[in-house]
Ligand binder design. Sequence first.
Ligand code: ADP
Length: 701
Amino acid sequence: MAQTDNKKFFENLSGAGKAIAVLTSGGDAQGMNAAVRAVVRMGIYVGAKVYFVHEGYQGMVDGGDNIKEATWESVSSMLQMGGTVIGSARCKDFRMHEGRLKAAHNLVQRGITNLCVIGGDGSLTGANLFRKEWSGLLAELVQQGLIDEEASQKYSALHIVGMVGSIDNDFSILAWICKKPMIGMVFALDGEMMLPTVKQDAVFCLSVCASDWVLIPEMPPEDGWEEKMCQKLSALVVQRLGFDTRVTILGHVQRGGTPSAFDRILASRMGVEAVLALLETTANTPACVVSLCGNQSVRLPLMECVQMTQQVQKAMDEKRFEEAVQLRGRSFENNLKTYKLLAHRKPESELPNSNFNVAVLNVGAPAAGMNAAVRSAVRVGISEGHKMFAVSDGFEGFYKGQIKEIKWADVGGWTGQGGSLLGTKRTLPAKHIDKIAEQMQKYNINALLVIGGFEAFLGIMELLAARSSYEEFCIPLCMLPATISNNVPGTNLSIGADTALNAIVETCDRIKQSASGTKHRVFIIETMGGYCGYLASVGGLAAGADAAYIFEEPFDIRELQSNVEHLTEKMKTSIQRGLVLRNENSNENYTTDFIYQLYSEEGKGVFDCRKNVLGHMQQGGAPSPFDRNFGTKIAAKAMQWISKKLNESYRKGMKDNSYAFHVVMKQTFLKLSIELNHHLTFFLTCAVVHEALSICHLVKA
Ligand code: ADP
């Protein structure tokens, strides 16, 4: 159970005396279970009663055993399951006044006036209607003698919070449900053709799968498209390569499967936020939808979101397609723009000629998604008229002259490949700065894009320091954070971190499953991440860990003791397995072996322990859909920034040492001053982790 010292995060909030019901409705989607689990545990944590409503609105209408009080243990081991454990249904009755009257009666009988609805736009529209009708429904129930006046006064307001759970992602809000099996399918189909038709996902898949064609409602093809597509396919695929073509309809594979780490985290955070929103609601607060914007939970007015979705449909019905794309939201629009930019190469004659040369290199350890970023940078650069140069093996290859021009076709198929195809090394540039400057001059490099982790950041710092002696570095310098450790100063998310998280979470799932026949077992798992606790804490959140030990949050023997006691208590409940994550550098003396031995000794007779050091498996593997998309999008942004700076300098006609160094973050640019020091680095890393941690400790398995 949650420990009392964690109360500090939400000390002013109390759910005492409140009852919250949670239901999943409409089509099921991955991540729904994580959201239900978070609502239940957060609700119980703040002292509220939480009820499951089984089978969506049907369960609310039918009542009886369909509405059951939830316990902390009842949501154990739910995180990794696909679909929805509490059941979902489409319900005709709820569309009728009579059905909603029965539902209201069932809720009032249990004192439930807080409703958390996880579903798509239909479900949320229904929820909003229910809320609007609530006082009328209660008056009717009084009239019919089903409830008394006192109950009608006591439960006079119904509070609603929505969470979008839909594979269509059609609710004008970002939701990453379903991408994983879909991507799996697309790559299983490698070389064949696919025509996905689910709106947002199709667009998302474009940028991650690098497909040739897409047909979506918001962007109907121009007249004569059939002819063009056949020409392209027969030239490309059938005649030249001798490939056969197949049509595959993805159908329900898009709904199945275990949720990705991102879906679990998203859903967990949304669940926590939903409970907070319910606790803070007053009679006059409009119903809201909980969503994530960047790294922050946000609340949006429910009805505006529903109306926006309806407007999209209307715009499409009236063939106002450009408006439909805009109404779908920025993320949808960006995905579509990036796809259009990268999928089709303009003929040479139509390309602008900028006369600028831009070099790209990877620095540090490989991170999944680096190749997608390089592909995107190269293609956007070429589209903008630059000559693109690839540097092999980071700054080491740079000083050794391993530089060559890289063309559009050279990066074909790079999106889905793990590791670094350019080659990456940790070597820093300062020692070889004169040789690097020489190469810069030799190839007349006008801008540099460095894709990598902490070493990439330090490397750029060294280049900046060299500006006073070498004019070659007075050019736009840009870095994209790419590291599994997610520890690049000033950024909140790195390319590769999501893939690593998924590797950790999948392994934790397997490890937990390995003990399904064994009771009373605790697993101690060591993660990578250097001094950054991101992987251990956020991985812990997604895998459902009991504790996460990280460097940023010092722990002592008392904390270890309290964790062992927590596990001892837990073994008395129906949950008889525990999971503890430890970041590799969390403490030099409390090593993984030490913690394993301590838990083994203290748990004697109650539980036994196993330990696992995950090691380099966290670094390898094919990039996750998220990392492919993220790498593609931020590299496109980076190149656009570089082009803008180059064009400005062209007009000024000089090299300029006042160029800001830019770290490209998630869709925004962050200016960093050269004075950034380790203290700030540490502080920023902590800030990233802190928020995740507050939830990690709360939503304990
Ligand atoms: P989704 O929530 O995934 O969009 P549906 O559109 O099928 O799925 O809606 C799920 C359920 O929500 C419906 O079966 C119905 O019970 C309820 N619902 C949908 N729209 C309304 C509405 N306008 N009024 C009342 N209930 C609705």
